[in-house]
Design a protein around this ligand. Sequence first.
Ligand code: FAD
Length: 498
Amino acid sequence: MSSKRVIIIGSGLGGLSCGVILAKNGYEVTVLEQALQVGGCLQCFTRRGARFETGMHFIGSAAPGQTLNRLMHYLDLLPDVGLSRLDPMGYDVVAMCGERFAFANGRDAFIEQMSARFPHQRDNLARYYDLIERVAGASSLHSLKYAESDAAINTEYQLRPIDQVIDQLITDPLLARVLVGNLPLYAAERGKTPFSTHAFIMDFYNQSAYRIVGGSDAIAQSMQRSIERLGGCVLTRHRVTRITCDDTHATGVEVNGEQWFPADYVISDAHPMRTLDLIDSRLIRPAFRRRVSSMPQTVGGFSVYLDFKPGEVPYMNSNYYGYHDTPWDCEIYDEQSWPKGFLYMHFCQQDNPQWAHTGVILSYMHMRDVERWAGTHVGRRGDDYEKFKIEHAERLLDAVERHFPHLRDHIKHYYTSTPLTYRDYTGTEAGSMYGIAKDVNLGVAGRVPHRTRIPNVLQTGQNINSHGMLGVLVGTIVTCSELLTARHIYQDIIQANQ
Ligand SMILES: Cc1cc2nc3c(=O)[nH]c(=O)nc-3n(C[C@H](O)[C@H](O)[C@H](O)COP(=O)(O)OP(=O)(O)OC[C@H]3O[C@@H](n4cnc5c(N)ncnc54)[C@H](O)[C@@H]3O)c2cc1C
C-alpha cells in the first residue's frame, strides 16, 4: 500500500470520485473545495423549506447489473442514494408541432412506441437504435469492459455530427427532430456535436432512467463520508490559488493565497482553463494555454425553480421538453425569439410521489446576456438584474403554460438562476452548463488530455471525457488509471459487484 499524498482541487463529482478510488487504494487524499458546500453541480439548495436541485436531475443505466449501477456499487453509493424510476414508457417526453412523443426504455419498447406514430419508419428506427447500441457498446469505458483501445467505430462517430448521421438514417424529417428532442441534456449543436455523444446519452438513459430521491447532493455527501472513513479529508472554503512547482514537478498547492499543502500528486477537477491559470511553470507551453483558452464552451442556462402549493400539482414522472417545431438551434436566439425551447421537470422528494412539491424549468442562456453584471456578486447584483430575471422568468412561464395551462395558479414562490449564478457557485467557465463543447470540426484539437506536461499534475471532471454522471465517472477511471492502472480498477469494479 502506498501512502502518497494526493491533493484534489474541487469537490465536484470528478474530484470526489477520484478521492474515493484513491483513498480506497491507500493514497492520502485531501480534497480542497472553494465553495461553502461540496458537490459543484451536485449542489442542492433550500428556500422557505422547499428543496431544489441545481445540476444533476436524473441518471440512467442504474438498474441492477447496468453500467452505472455497477459503478455506484464500487463507489459505495447505493446504500446512501435513493433512486425513483422515471416512467419506463416515457422517461422523456418531447413536445412539438402540437404533438407529444414519449421515449420508452429498452430497444423493443422504444422502437414499438415510435413506430406506432411513424409506421413507415420502423426499419429505419431499428437501424438507428442498433447504431446507438453499437457505438455505446464499442466504448470499453462506457460498457466497463477492459480493453487497451476502443474499436474504430468510436472514432468514426466522434467525427460525424449528429444531424448528418440521423438525417441519413431517418427519412421522416419530423421523426429525425423528435429523436434529438432531449438534446439540452448535452447542449448539442447542429453540424458540431459528435454522433457518439448522442449515442452515449441515448443509450445511458434508454437502459433505465431514475431521479435521485431528495436530491443529487446525496451523491456528494456519500462520497465525502467515504473519503473521510478511509482516512482522507474534504475541506470547504479552501480555494486553491496556485499549484507550486519546481523545475520538473508540482510540489503542492497554495490555498487562499497563504496556506500551503504539500503533494506527491495534484488532481484538478476545476475547468482546464482555470487549472492552467494556477500553474506558473515553463513546462506548460504557451501554445497549449492558447489552445485550451480558445476552446468553445457549451451554452449556459437560465432556470426557474418552482415551489408549488401543496397537493395541487400531480407529480410528473417524466422530463418534458417543449419546442415550437425543432430542438435544433435553440442556442441561436435574440431578444424577441427567446426562449426557443425549455426542459420542465419535477423534483422527487420521496420514492414515486403523488404530488410535486418543487420543479424546475430550464432554458438556454448565454453569458453575454448577463455580462453587464459580471463584476457583481451573488445577492448584490442590483435592481436591474432582478428585473431582468423576473422578465425572463415570466417569459419562460408563458412558454410552459402553452403546454401546461394555468401552471402559475399552483406556484407559491419561484426563484431563478442565470449563467452568472453557475459561474459563482460552481466555477464553470462563462457559466457554461457542461464545460467545453465537443465539435467534430476541431478534431483532436477539441479534446483536453487528462495528463499535463507536469508529470504529477492530472486533470479530471466533465472536460476530460464527457459531462454527466457516467461521462464524469468514466473520466475519473481514466485519470485514476495513471496512478493505479485501468486493469486494477476494472478488477476492483468486478469484485465490488460479486
Ligand atoms: C443545469 C444542469 C443540469 C444537469 N443535469 C444533469 C443530469 O440530469 N444528469 C447528469 O448526469 N448530469 C447532469 N448535469 C451535468 C453534471 O451535473 C456535471 O457534468 C457534473 O456534475 C460535473 O462534475 P465535475 O466534477 O466535472 O465539475 P463541477 O461539478 O463543476 O465541480 C468542480 C468543483 O471544483 C471547484 N473548484 C474550481 N476551482 C477551484 C479552486 N481553484 N479551488 C478549489 N475548488 C475549486 C468548484 O467550486 C466545483 O465545486 C447537469 C449540469 C447542469 C449545469
